[in-house]
Design a protein around this ligand. Structure first.
Ligand code: URA
Length: 259
């Protein structure tokens, strides 16, 4: 990419105006390749340089991919409707025009939600044909029963007659009421309705992976991180479900059990 002015690059990649960028630079909040710059009218090559604003790296790519650890109480839409929109959780240095949540989590659900301005990727990710597996951890009202494993594997029929595709489910070790579920489709309230169909009830639900992208330990509820190109590619590289459950059960069950 040819060299462009640093303030132009930052204004294109964030919601900050040129005058706010000037103030941020004067306050020492902008770095170029690790060095604080007090003036933002200098030139940069966004492909080669590392630009950080308020400690957050700005990517030079055409599109923006943000992973949010969704807290309860926010709606997966672009507007405040039945509650505040998840977009309100995106910090100004990551906000650009055209962002939307790629997929949805219920208002009371937690965990991994991709926010992007890349309609093509969202379509690829959400299309039933792409079968991107998503893993959830659930807290159940009643103990897990081993019969769920085969019932889910064979494709459960929901109370309204809707038939689900095959899904994987495993109990979390050392817990009676926690389980991991992997789906490759996204029907309305699907996980909750699947457990309702086996006469259980989901009390808490957290999405812990999107394809091969696992919710990172360091990302607290309500926090966002910008994804790098390799993380975005991981969306399309599925994980081994059993290995995932063995590796991450301690970490994710501790989060859910304390909610
Ligand atoms: N399934 C549900 O029931 N709710 C969610 O938020 C996601 C999957």
């Amino acid at each position: 990419m040819p060299q462009i002015r640093l303030d132009k690059f930052i204004s294109e990649r964030t919601e900050y105006s040129r005058s706010q960028i000037k103030q941020l630079a004067a306050a020492g909040k902008i770095t170029l390749n690790g060095t604080t710059v007090k003036k933002a009218d200098i030139k940069t090559d966004p492909d080669a340089d590392t630009v950080e604003v308020c400690g957050k790296r700005l990517s030079a790519g055409k599109h923006r991919y943000i992973l949010l650890n969704k807290p309860e109480g926010y709606v997966s839409s672009t507007e405040d409707s039945d509650g505040p929109s998840v977009l309100g959780l995106v910090p100004p240095e990551m906000r650009t025009k055209g962002l939307f949540p790629a997929g949805r989590l219920d208002k009371d659900s937690l965990g991994a939600l991709l926010i992007t301005d890349d309609g093509e990727l969202a379509h690829r990710m959400l299309s039933p044909r792409s079968h991107i597996p998503k893993i959830y951890i659930v807290k159940l009202a009643r103990p897990f029963e081993s019969k769920y494993i085969d019932i889910f594997k064979n494709g459960i029929t929901l109370a309204d007659g809707d038939k689900c595709g095959p899904a994987l489910v495993l109990p979390v070790q050392n817990s009676e009421i926690l389980a991991f579920v992997q789906l490759t489709e996204g029907k309305y309230h699907q996980v909750k309705r699947m457990f309702a169909a086996v006469e259980n009830h989901v009390e808490q639900l957290m999405r812990v992976s999107l394809g091969g992208l696992v919710l990172p330990e360091k990302l607290a509820f309500g926090e966002c991180m910008e994804l790098l190109h390799k993380d975005v590619e991981n969306l399309f590289r599925p994980l081994d479900f059993e290995r995932f459950c063995a590796e991450f059960s301690g970490f994710f069950s501790a989060i859910l059990i304390n909610k």
